[in-house]
Write a protein that binds this ligand. Structure first.
Ligand code: ATP
Ligand code: MG
Length: 704
């Protein structure tokens, strides 16, 4: 593309942001206003006008998917190889930097990355080894404690611990870090913290990167946490121009420490050039107006307004489903209809607030034979069989990795029992388990099996050194006995397929990236965990949580489960901040849609093994009525009893599922009834007050 083509069709503010010279800037703008497009185009502009070299640009985004998309777009705009460019996620870029300077960072060259479940198992081991009561100090809580502190930039010795509980947590934190160091593993938060510490203490290195990166660009800036902001400040030198783009109304990671205050700090640290983009190019008028009206209910916004010249378009459809099954059937029918109208399934998204909601929708799609892809569900690299295979590879790459050792020492089963492993742990006294097993003569049945396990790992490590990556993976899958194990399992066909897919993934990795060694592939597997999908590319309906949909856009969007308790989530009811975060989430969901938006809610739903009777989400009421087009339940749904057991009317005069109003508790829905006459009681789920049993004789309850 030439320069004129690059800049064609931009509005004046976008043009300004792309060509800005000599200062940093914050782009503060609403959904669909072209922030990401500006960011990508700016990189292309800087490179094609020789204001920067590909080597001198660093761009950071939130997901691997977004990073890949950015690289693809850049390749389309520029005649350069984008492979070596520093475009990635915070974690990915930290990983790259730490590998390049592993000695300075005090890590082994082959350091491995722990995902959240690996981290939890390591913590369990640490807590057990310390002899700490894991009921009083639950590993999950310790995990949260450690991550939250690391995200604030704090190590165990800097945690403020004024009470015995926190003191003990800090001790667990310290022991955990020591064990990680011993095994040569780092967790996600550690990737960032290590990098910050390294850049903080090593001025030579810091200045090297500061002068290298003339331009740093950050997408989705509203969701950065304190540590990520610190990272940015360390990498940006006096000459670096930083462009951060974000939307305070789309900040949805407060629960992980995201801090919108970073936006104000940015203006203090990098100058107060703020560019606002106000034209929305994504959504049609009604959709945009609904989003604007909804988000106006939040307080303390930085304040923006969005407009479009796209025309009003369709109204937003609101579908009331008698049950979650019906909701799923509706989605299938509607997707079919859109498909007949020529819309690609790739351009249709079904969004939900919680992962648990996807099961019912998936099974309806499966039964209807409609291809679909779930983003961020149980992810490829997190599947048990894949983690087993990776653990063999990790063992071979890094024999100190006790987590990997424990995962595979008796998988597939080879007669090494818990007792043998306990003995081994005692013997080890902190030394790596594999080494200890190698040194100890194998006594008894377990001991002999252990000895042959060690021999197998040794042969494997030797062999892997000489094989190209994908052959190494194939070799491991075969010789470890994993494949044979799943082949023998009558339900193992899927797993065998996944193991084969792992070999393909290794092949693809070696083709796509500069580094093709084992350690790099393993890091890729941990970092990519969420996002690699087998068969990506084939046309399929897109299923994902609202969180995962950030930054994306679709022709048609279904926001399912728009119900009180689900969306907004019940855990948010108690605080205004919590509710506002839910509202921002709904804002994100709505603004993903270009032309067609459907909000659906169910009157009853099975969730976590319980039947829940729900009220429509309060967010539906915050959208002006003239923008909405209610659709009634389809014939099929309507002819079935709405509730199961069928809306039993009893002596109370109320029936399950009925909307009611109470003078004190407000609006609610009847979810249970019992007794008759003076004893009659009804159970009501109140929008504000939760569930209550009320004696009818006294309760001021009316049909609503
Ligand atoms: P979000 O806040 O959801 O991340 P965003 O601000 O990053 O949104 P983009 O994804 O960059 O918005 O742009 C939204 C859509 O508008 C894209 O399809 C993009 O190509 C298109 N777009 C942006 N600017 C223009 C323009 N000047 N002319 C035409 N289309 C544009
Ligand atoms: Mg964007």
């Amino acid at each position: 593309m030439n320069l004129a083509e690059l800049l064609e069709g931009l509005n004046p503010r976008q043009h300004e942001a792309i060509t800005l010279d000599g200062s940093s800037a914050l782009i503060l703008a609403g959904a669909g206003s072209g922030k990401t497009r500006v960011l990508t185009t700016r990189i292309a502009f800087l490179i094609s006008t020789h204001k920067a070299s590909p080597h001198g640009v660093l761009a950071v985004t939130f997901t691997n998917k977004a990073a890949r998309e950015m690289l693809t777009r850049l390749s389309a705009m520029l005649p350069i190889n984008t492979r070596g460019m520093w475009v990635g996620t915070f974690h990915g870029l930290c990983n790259r930097l730490l590998r390049a300077h592993h000695r300075d960072a005090e890590l082994p060259a082959t350091f491995q990355i722990l995902d959240s479940s690996d981290q939890l198992s390591l913590l369990k081991r640490v807590i057990k080894a310390m002899g700490v009561d894991d009921e009083k100090y639950p590993p999950k809580q310790a995990q949260h404690f450690i991550n939250a502190n690391k995200e604030r930039g704090l190590r165990a010795n800097r945690v403020e611990a004024h009470d015995p509980f926190t003191q003990r947590m800090a001790e667990i934190f310290a022991a955990y870090d020591a064990q990680c160091q011993k095994e040569g593993v780092v967790d996600f938060a550690e990737l960032l913290l290590r990098t910050c510490e390294l850049l903080g203490r090593n001025a030579t290195l810091r200045e090297h990167y500061q002068s290298r990166f003339a331009h740093i660009l950050v997408d989705e800036f509203q969701d950065t946490n304190r540590l990520q902001y610190q990272w940015l400040r360390l990498l940006a030198g006096p000459q670096t121009q930083v462009l951060a783009v974000g939307d305070d109304d789309q900040s949805i990671y407060a629960f992980r420490g995201a801090d919108v205050a970073n936006m104000r700090e940015f203006q203090r640290d990098f100058g107060d050039t703020v560019i606002k983009l106000e034209q929305n190019y994504r959504s049609q008028g009604n959709i945009l107006e609904a989003a604007n009206a909804l988000i106006a209910n939040n307080r303390g916004r930085l304040g923006k307004s969005l407009w479009t010249d796209a025309g009003a378009g369709e109204r937003i459809r609101v579908y009331r489903a008698p049950s979650d099954l019906d909701e799923a059937a509706f989605v299938v029918d509607e997707a079919r209809r859109l498909q007949r109208e020529g819309v690609s399934l790739n351009d249709i998204a079904v969004l939900y607030r919680s992962n648990a909601q996807s099961r019912v929708i998936e099974s309806a799609l499966f039964n209807a034979g409609m291809p679909y892809r779930v983003y961020g569900g149980l992810r490829f690299f997190e599947r048990a069989e894949i983690k087993h295979a990776l653990a063999y590879l990790r063992m071979a790459a890094q024999p100190e990795d006790d987590g990997a050792f424990l995962r595979i020492v008796n998988f597939p089963p080879r007669g090494i029992g818990a007792r043998t492993l306990e003995l081994l742990a005692e013997q080890a006294q902190g030394r790596p388990l594999l080494q200890t097993a190698r040194e100890s003569a194998g006594a008894g049945r377990g001991g002999a099996a252990l000895t042959s396990f060690v021999a197998m790992i040794d042969v494997l490590s030797e062999k892997l050194r000489d094989l190209p990556l994908h052959e190494a993976v194939d070799h491991v899958v075969e010789t470890s006995g994993l494949k044979a194990h799943y082949v023998a399992d009558k339900d193992g066909a899927d797993r065998v397929e996944n193991l084969d897919e792992l070999v393909s993934a290794a092949k693809q990795f070696a083709n796509d990236s500069e580094a093709n060694d084992l350690a790099a592939f393993l890091a890729h597997a941990s970092l990519e965990a969420g996002e690699h999908q087998a068969g990506e590319g084939a046309e399929a309906l897109q299923l994902m949580t609202v969180h995962a949909s950030k930054g994306l856009e679709f022709h048609a969007v279904f926001a399912s489960g728009s119900e009180e308790g689900l969306f907004p989530h019940e855990q948010s009811f108690n605080t205004e901040d919590g509710l506002e975060e839910e509202r921002r989430l709904m804002y994100v969901a709505i603004t993903r849609a270009r032309r067609a938006l459907t909000l659906s809610y169910t009157e009853s739903r099975q969730l976590h093994g319980q039947t829940r009777y729900n009220l429509p989400s309060r967010f539906l009421e915050e959208i002006p009525e003239q923008l909405l087009a209610p659709i009634n339940a389809r014939k099929l749904g309507a002819s079935r009893p709405a509730f199961s057991p069928a809306g039993v009317d009893n002596a109370s005069g109320f029936h399950i599922g009925q909307n009611v109003r109470h003078t004190k508790f407000g609006a609610g829905v009847v979810i249970g009834t019992e007794g008759r006459g003076a004893d009659a009681r009804v159970q009501v789920h109140f929008r504000e007050g939760g569930q209550k049993w009320l004696a009818l004789e006294y309760a001021k309850l009316e049909p609503a």
